[in-house]
Structures are given as structure tokens and as C-alpha cells.
Design a protein around this ligand. Sequence first.
Ligand code: 5AD
Ligand code: SF4
Length: 440
Amino acid sequence: MSKKAYIATFGCQMNEYDSEQMAGILSNMAYETTEDLAGADLVLVNTCCIRQKAEEKAYSFLGRLRKFKKKNPDLMVIVAGCLAQQEGRRLFKKNPCLNLVIGPQGIHRLPELLREAEKNARRITCTELATSELPGHVRGLNGKRTVTAYVGIMTGCNNFCSYCIVPYVRGREFSRRGEEILKEIRGLVEQGVKEITLLGQNVNSYGLRAAGECSFAGLIRKIGEVDGLERLRFTTSHPKDISDDLIECFGSVKSLCEHIHLPIQSGSDRILRRMNRKYTRDDYLEKVAKLRRICPDISITTDLIAGFPGETEADFKDTLDIMRQVRFAGAFAFKYSDRPPAKAVTFSDKLPEPVTRERLSRLLALQKEITYNRNKSMVGKRAEVLVEGYSKSSPREWMGRARTNEVVNFSGDGDLPGKVVTVAVEKACLHSLKGSLAVE
Ligand code: 5AD
Ligand code: SF4
């Protein structure tokens, strides 16, 4: 009888992708994934530590595991991901129930490490960060998704934004070979996948440091030629690295969807400088104008940080102002939190919590208004939707995404998953659109 593995994933799409890779490895080792924590023989917790809240969530889940380990002392508990990298051996002290701690670059070593942990009942850590070679890569199980898939194209980050822990826990930038990426994508399309999202901490610097590799725009064009691939997306982009060549792809590569996630973080030049972002608000606005010139319907989403050290009310108003100017389709907004050893931890002018909290709620309120108005302007129009499956809210409705990335729930008959259909948009909600299958 096969053993059962429960996988809990916290954090970003990169972590979801890493979890899929680990699920693939575990299934090769005769572990079947389960949704039932109490019945699991192995629990893998893929953690995130990008913000304080993410870290707290991971610790609270690990705390819950104690009672399961008490009931079943043979339960194998693995902590993977960014918190594993950051804390390493210290995690064993905080959580005696752990068996194995693996950083993001140790994923491909899971089989040998797990075997060793099972055999010797030893506590093992694997948190070295490579400095000169690409960490191993394994194609994972695509989870419950069959219509869409992630494909990692690069890992790590060399940017060292002053608030960010990623370069410390994910290591330096490495790009995968273009041919390998294309082969993986062709294979996925043959299995019926219709939409690929290319993943990396900073996809725009794909290939920059790999001799003989093409640029990111070159890669997009090659993927654009893969027969049968309906849609292509990528995330995440750094505004400073978006080339004119890449912007041009939005006008010429048919499968490339009209959406870009372009984290701005702040609208104040002074704060952007202190964040070490290496662009100004005018640089950002210029990139947006170029994107909209080439692709007038492109939807632009972003990330924002409220209450960065030293942020004045005037700096904050610059952020509100640029939000109104760009009219982002959506934004993830966060309260600044210290993430040692990121540089901003040493800045002396931290803001009081109530100020940060109040600014975050103003950011969220403004974005809510912009997103809702944008969604309302789509009512009465038609959207081209790739159907992913049943809607979460109602099993009698379908769920898919527009090319501009809005979630669309709609009614309609037929066997629709995997098909691109036209939906008449009838209602705008805050986070989605509602409609019905359009009769052509
Ligand atoms: N505090 C708050 N937000 C942060 N982010 C990254 N580091 C921090 C931090 N220390 C946010 C940024 C980034 C997103 C993934 O998380 O907005 O784009
Ligand atoms: Fe962090 Fe900046 Fe790298 Fe993004 S670009 S992962 S925010 S250091």
C-alpha cells in the first residue's frame, strides 16, 4: 500500500511550483498525496518568509503538527521553502517534531535526504546555496490544474531591494536552458495544457548571465511559435529590466496575454531610491505608456508597500497619485515589515504601526474603487475566456480567466474545460466578473 503525503503550501506561485515539483518526486517514491492531514504518513510544509505575516502563518501551521506527531511518532515532517532556508537548524529547536529541513535549492535532493531521514531517524538540513551552477530541476505533478501550468525559467534574484529577503533565501539568479524550457512546454501542450505561466523572481533578466542563451523577449518569441499553446503569461517583472524588445512582444506574439504584473512598491522617488529599486516614478510611467502604445488593452497589476521606513505623508500621497494615474487593474498591498538581513532593517526611521496600518487601508480602499470601476466598465462587453473548471462559488457555473486576467464565472452548457469561449459579461464583482456563454 502506498504511503500518504500531505503537502501544505504557503506563499507565492514559485512556492506552488516548487510544491508541484516535490509532489512529483514523492509520487516517484510511491507517496500518494492526500488532503487528510490526520491520515498522512508524511507532511511537507513549503514555507514563505517574505513578510512577517507569511512567517507567522508557517509557524502556526508547524505548531498544529505537534499533536499529529504525538499520535503518530513515525510521522515524517519536512519543512521546505524560504523559511527553511532562512532558519535552517534553528527550526529543530523551535519545533522538535521536524525530521528534515530543505531550502529551495535542495528540492532535487529530496529522494536521498528522505531515505536517509527514514533510515537513520536523524534530523537533516540541506540549505546550501549554489553560487556557480543552476540548482536541479524536476518537472512536477501539475496538481489539480490540467488546463494551465507553471514553468520555472529562472530562479534567484540579484537585485537586493532594501526591504527584501528573497536574494538571501533564493540565492543568485540562474536561468534554465532555453531548449529545456521549450521541450517541457511542448510536452505539457501535448498533454492538453492550454496556458503556460513562466515563473521567476525577475523573469526580465532571463538569460542575461547565461552564455549563449537568448534574451527573455527571444524566449517569449520562441514559445509563441509552439503549436497548440493558446496562452502565455509570465511573472514577476522588475520595471527597470523591461526592454523595448519585450514590450514589442505584446504587439506581435499572439499567445502572449494582455496582462503584466509590474510591482511599483512606491510612487515616491525618494522612497524608491531608499528601496534600491533603480527606477523613478517617471521611468515607471514611461514604461506604462510604451506598453499601452503597443497594446492599448493591457491590464497592469502591481505590488505596493505601505509605511516603508521614513515614508512621509507626502511620499505616501505620491503613491496614491500614481495609482490614480496608472489605474492599476489590481494591486497587492502590504504593510512594511523588517526582514533581517535585508538592509532596511538597519534604517532608523521606522514608522509607528498605527500609521502604517492606516496607510495600508487607504491604499486598499483606493485600489478597491479603481478595480471595481474597471470591472464595471466591462459589463455589456464580451470577454474571451479560457475555461479552467467549475466555479468555486457554484458548481453549476464555469470559471475561467479573460486574457486580461480577470476571473470570469459564467453559466453555459457543454464540456467546456480547456476551451476558449466568448462570455457576455453581465455583472461586475470586486474580484471577478459574472456572465453567460455568448451565442455567436
Ligand atoms: N515588507 C512588506 N512587503 C514586502 N514585500 C517584500 N518584502 C517586504 C517587506 N519586507 C512585498 C513586495 C513584493 C511582494 C512579493 O512582497 O511588495 O513585491
Ligand atoms: Fe525582492 Fe527586489 Fe528581487 Fe523582487 S527584485 S525578489 S523585491 S530583491
